[in-house]
Design a protein around this ligand. Structure first.
Ligand SMILES: [Zn+2]
Length: 160
């Protein structure tokens, strides 16, 4: 049997508040928001100092990524149901027969097909792994990200 080391973080700095309109079953949800809470687990070999990765460093890198989503409308750029066009510094969103106009500065466009907790977890995991690798974390083999939309309701994605 082989053992594995893992560190995990969550808590107050790993939160963001954002609005979205997820789609399901050919329809678009009404505009609404969540106070999202994110959990992160990183598994890998121990460094020479006997840790997988420094908690504070992991938290700082993750918080920087979540800041990009905080107080924004999360736009699923690859949606076939929510159409978005940029007109004069604003996003025009067409969904369910309605048009919403939002300043571009209030929108974060994500290369995903839907703003489900699962897809947000996948996007965060990809960004986080790239940032960790750029910071020299070649020992991390598996990275799991959980995105909680509301207490007791999370979507997870595992890389590796
Ligand atoms: Zn929602």
């Amino acid at each position: 049997m082989q053992g594995a080391f893992r560190v995990s973080i969550d808590g107050s700095r790993l939160r963001f508040a954002a609005a979205h309109m997820a789609t399901f079953d050919g329809r678009c949800e009404p505009l609404h928001g969540h106070n999202y809470a994110v959990s992160i687990e990183a598994e890998g070999d121990l460094t020479a100092d006997g840790w997988v990765w420094d908690f504070g460093d992991l938290r700082r890198i993750a918080a920087g990524i979540l800041d990009e989503l905080d107080h924004r409308f999360l736009l699923q750029e690859r949606s076939s149901l929510l159409r978005a066009t940029i007109v004069g510094g604003n996003y025009e969103l067409h969904a369910g027969g309605q048009t919403y106009v939002l300043p571009c500065s209030d929108v974060v466009a994500l290369p995903i097909d839907n703003t489900t907790a699962e897809r947000l977890a996948e996007w965060i995991a990809g960004r986080l792994l790239a940032a960790l690798r750029a910071n020299g974390a070649s020992n991390i083999r598996r990275l799991a990200v959980g995105v909680e939309e509301m207490p007791g309701q999370s979507g997870w994605y595992t890389l590796g």
